[in-house]
Write a protein that binds this ligand. Structure first.
Ligand SMILES: [Zn+2]
Length: 74
């Protein structure tokens, strides 16, 4: 039996293109953009994410783990 629990930080640790660590900024980005509805570009600027390859890592990430875990093996 798999215990259901809230998982967070399901984002790649590093940018696929340049290798910069981006996962440490996910929680702050997610809170400000998806919950507080702040402008994504301004939030990325304030977090110091400058390259567009890294920006797409945060902007394109969708937290799907809670949906996927329903289909896992029991
Ligand atoms: Zn990058």
């Amino acid at each position: 039996m798999i215990a259901k629990r809230r998982m967070t930080m399901m984002i790649p640790i590093r940018c696929f293109s340049c290798g910069q660590v981006v996962a440490d900024r996910w929680e702050e980005y997610n809170k400000r953009v998806n919950l507080e509805k702040q402008d994504a570009g301004a939030v990325l600027d304030s977090l110091g994410v400058k390259r567009y390859c890294c920006r797409r890592m945060l902007m394109g990430n969708v937290d799907l783990i809670d949906d996927i875990i329903d289909y896992s093996r029991r």
